[in-house]
Design a binder for this molecule. Structure first.
Ligand code: GLU
Length: 469
């Protein structure tokens, strides 16, 4: 029985950090593989030697791991179809290129860069498409092989002259009319493959069944389909994902602020919130749900419900979802993300601080601001706070006395009990009791749970604030 489980791959080029749009491609492939019990493969496409770096590869892998998009086969995970870095697979590309030349489906091309540039210019001046004119296509194969032994050359694919159609999983039938592309290069003079060739050789040899990637690759797909046929590889199914735009409807880029996964991680966003948000960029579960856990996303994901139209990256919605996740979770879930923002605090205190302001948070970088009222001296009371403070002197001194007389630990419960006692002593209750105390201690009339705040401040600071002018 052939293995009918899908084999899908995520194939980043290590030329920068992991962009959110690329992370969404990784996620959709991962959800698809996990939902179908298939295999998820990570392949590093580093044949652009000038732009690819090992640092970028390491950074991308780190971001993917942090997101939790684990892979079954890859450069560091091994597998039966390796190596998983294209720069280590040059022999495969060479062997397949030779095969195509032997079958006369490809040929050595001796045109120099200058020749080609001149031809391109002429074509542009004459308003023709700048496709290769086929000068080397008809050199006798034996003569060409002789010249190739000593002359610098590329290997060019002989593009068949016919329409190419695919049934795209997202966009339906797509037909590329014959003549759209000219004979294109497979191997450069130094033996390095071009992306389209390496990609097909790898997808073929790695027995990839589904290729899900951005729609910016559609014109590559045209070339790749012809190569699959020439190399006798079974054709995978293709799904082209729509672009992600910024709120100004331009392609999402650095101009729009944070666009790399790493930047969001540094801001202290939680991986699950980012994944949930990315999943909703161009997909929905078919019902009203927006807040989904990772296993629910796996369960619900269906490539057939991926939207053809571009998705708009909406930071406010990401923040909303991130806030919902934080409120649902425990302070412990945020501890690691919070530590860098509260470097002087113990874990125990950080947990209390998160608990105090959890309702207002979207990501950990907001903590110092949210906690401002807990730090150092009390902020100058604003106007509203001032009106509550004005006639509270008796209440503040009663509360101070209660707190001073406390035996044992000063915590949220002890503070609550002290307020209650001070209320009894002064005959105040409800708003009349709590608002002046909040205003006096925090300088504001809104904010996190006052008992939690008092516990974090500690009894000395609370007393000092009660006594301050
Ligand atoms: N290395 C290509 C990229 O990062 C991969 C495209 C593909 O998935 O085939 O855009």
């Amino acid at each position: 029985m052939p293995d009918l489980k899908p084999r899908v791959r995520f194939a980043p080029s290590p030329t920068g950090s992991l962009h959110m749009g690329v992370a969404r491609t990784a996620l959709f492939n991962w959800l698809f593989a996990r939902g179908q019990g298939g295999t998820y493969i990570l392949r590093v496409e580093d044949t652009d030697r000038e732009r690819s770096t090992l640092e970028s590869e390491a950074a991308m892998l780190k971001s993917l791991k942090w997101l939790g998009l684990n892979w079954d086969e890859g450069p560091d995970a091994g597998g039966n179809f390796g190596p998983y870095r294209q720069s280590e697979r040059l022999e495969f590309y060479k062997a397949k290129a030779n095969l195509l030349v032997e079958r006369n489906l490809a040929y050595p091309c001796f045109c120099s860069d200058e020749d080609l540039a001149a031809k391109r210019e002429r074509a542009e001046a004459e308003k023709r498409a700048p496709v290769y004119d086929g000068s080397c296509a008809n050199i006798d194969p034996v003569v060409a092989a002789g010249r190739a032994a000593s002359e610098e050359h590329t290997i060019r694919f002989r593009v068949p002259h016919r329409d190419v159609s695919i049934e795209d999983l997202v966009r339906g039938q797509i037909t590329f009319p014959a003549g759209t592309v000219g004979d294109f290069i497979l191997l450069r003079p130094d033996g390095m493959p071009v992306y389209n060739f390496a990609c097909v050789v790898d997808d073929g040899l790695m027995e990839i069944t589904h290729v899900l990637r951005g729609e910016d690759h559609l014109s590559n797909t045209l070339r790749q389909v012809m190569l699959y046929e020439a190399l006798d590889f079974p054709m995978p199914a293709f799904g082209h994902l729509s672009m992600i735009l910024g709120e100004d409807k331009q392609k999402l880029s650095k101009r729009h602020g944070a666009v790399s996964v790493e930047a969001f991680r540094e801001q202290g966003y939680q991986a699950e919130a980012l994944l949930n948000y990315l999943a909703l960029l161009g997909w929905n579960p078919g019902d009203e749900r927006e807040n989904l856990k990772l296993d629910e996303l796996v369960e619900a994901f269906d490539i057939g419900r991926v939207n053809k139209s571009p998705a708009v990256f909406d930071r406010a919605k990401l923040d909303w979802l991130a806030g919902v996740k934080i409120r649902e979770g425990k302070p412990e879930d945020m501890l690691e993300a919070a530590r860098p923002f509260l470097p002087d605090e113990s874990d125990e205190r950080i947990l209390k601080m998160i608990a105090a302001v959890q309702d207002h948070l979207h990501y950990a970088a907001q903590l110092p601001h949210e906690l401002e009222l807990l730090k150092g001296t009390r902020p100058e009371p604003d106007e509203e706070a001032r009106t509550w403070i004005d006639d509270g002197a008796e209440l503040f001194s009663a509360l101070g006395a209660e707190i001073s007389s406390l035996k044992g630990e000063f915590d949220a419960a002890a503070f609550k009990a002290s307020i209650k006692a001070a209320g009894m002593a002064t005959g105040k209750k409800g708003k009349e009791l709590f608002m002046p105390v909040r205003a006096k201690i925090t300088g504001r009339i809104h904010g996190p749970d006052l008992s939690a705040v008092a516990e974090i401040l500690g009894s000395e600071e609370v007393l000092a604030r009660l006594q301050a002018e």
